[in-house]
Design a protein around this ligand. Structure first.
Ligand code: DQA
Length: 150
């Protein structure tokens, strides 16, 4: 069965309480439940993780190699700063879908730059918590195209 890692970066543990006018009122636990329901429907397995620490995120991406078929990554603020995350993604042969709740391109200029985008399959942003389910569909679609090509 296809296995997806859904990895959340810094401050996403505060979802629901943190700037609800930007990120909404849905908690990370509720997002996880939505992802598990989506996985049930689509017949894949999802593993949900969150860390506030850049090195932990690097370790988790490295550990995904050979274990997960794809990663859905909301790297939070590290999206805009982390060469280490970009290098980790480049170093493992696991496709990544970049995800953001908010539309980072419609926000402050420093959020327009993503170190993840050049090494990701694609980016989903601006759809709030629904973006997680969209990202699962997008990654499953990408993986089935990869296996059809093989
Ligand atoms: C975010 C967008 C980032 O710019 C921000 O630093 C976050 C959350 C999002 O999901 O919209 O922490 O990744």
């Amino acid at each position: 069965m296809t296995s997806l890692l859904i990895l959340n970066g810094p401050n996403l543990n505060l979802l629901g309480q943190r700037q609800p006018e930007v990120y909404g009122k849905t908690t990370l636990a509720e997002v996880e439940a939505m992802c598990l329901a989506k996985a049930n429907k689509t017949g894949c397995t999802v593993y949900f993780q969150q860390s506030n620490h850049e090195g932990d995120l690097v370790d988790t991406i490295q550990a995904a190699r050979g274990i997960h078929d794809g990663i859905i990554l909301n790297a939070g603020a590290y999206t805009h700063t982390s060469v280490a995350l970009m290098d980790a993604i480049s170093s493992v042969q696991v496709p990544v879908c970049e995800l953001h709740l908010s539309n980072i391109h419609a926000r402050e200029e420093f959020r327009h730059k993503s170190y993840i985008a050049p090494v990701a399959v694609g980016q989903i942003c601006g759809f709030g918590p629904a973006g997680y389910a969209l990202a699962i569909d997008a990654m499953l679609c990408h993986l089935s195209e990869l296996s059809a090509d093989a």
